[in-house]
Ligand binder design. Structure first.
Ligand SMILES: [Zn+2]
Length: 156
């Protein structure tokens, strides 16, 4: 118990010494500012993140266009009340794994054809892709016509 007081006094003097090293004003702090040394780990993470950003920027104009069109189509299909697979062939997943199917492979799409889609489950989508391309085109175009969705003017 006798040592408590001196111990506190000692601690207080330590704190005083430590505090004396700390800047007292903002100006002083700013003048003494040194950036934290970056560890190899943070440098590596930074490099990885900027590589990722570069990769993400590489998304082509076609992908960006399709993202915009897909968002628009989602609304149109919802408005038309189409929320299940339009084909319902044997093995159909009905309202699971739904996606938009185009009339042709992406690189073979003509102007405006990016809008012409059928809402298909993954199974039915696979089946039409295995078949002849002209059948795929006929099926998708037919199903799209059934939706009554009008492709925006100027995009065809
Ligand atoms: Zn299906």
């Amino acid at each position: 118990m006798i040592y408590v007081k001196p111990a506190i006094a000692l601690l207080a003097s330590f704190v005083k010494i430590i505090m004396s090293f700390r800047p007292k004003t903002f100006q002083e702090a700013k003048a003494n500012f040194k950036p934290m040394k970056r560890s190899r780990m943070t440098i590596a993470i930074g490099k990885r993140n900027s590589a990722r950003r570069r990769l993400m920027k590489k998304q082509g104009p076609k992908t960006t266009e399709w993202e915009r069109v897909r968002a628009w189509l989602k609304i149109q299909f919802a408005k038309a009340g189409i929320q299940t697979c339009q084909l319902r062939w044997a093995g159909c997943a009905f309202d699971n794994y739904l996606g938009f199917a185009h009339a042709a492979k992406r690189r073979n799409l003509l102007d405006g054809e990016i809008y012409v889609v059928a809402l298909l489950c993954n199974h039915c989508h696979d089946v039409i892709e295995i078949g002849p391309p002209e059948d795929m085109r006929r099926i998708v175009e037919g199903l799209f016509a059934l939706t009554g969705i009008q492709v925006p003017k100027g995009s065809v």
